[in-house]
Design a protein. Structure first.
Length: 71
């Protein structure tokens, strides 16, 4: 079981409120503002067109080329 699964729902909500997902993701990859989201190239696939999206307001990411996503 991944460590994240052992954290209580309350603690997950506290963490999401304290940390901006854009700040975290941008430390590891290049993302640029595009409307209401931030976009970048997938870290899992070699691609020309960005398919990795970060939704700052909702605090989650989705990579449409690999299908991976999370908070």
């Amino acid at each position: 079981m991944p460590y994240y699964d052992t954290i209580s729902e309350y603690d997950k909500q506290q963490l999401k409120a304290a940390v901006n997902i854009v700040d975290v993701v941008s430390k590891f990859m290049n993302i640029k503002k595009a409307g209401n989201t931030w976009k970048g190239k997938s870290p899992w696939n070699n691609e020309r067109t960005p398919s990795f999206n970060v939704h700052e307001e909702k605090q989650f990411f989705k990579d449409f080329s690999s299908g991976k996503g999370g908070t």
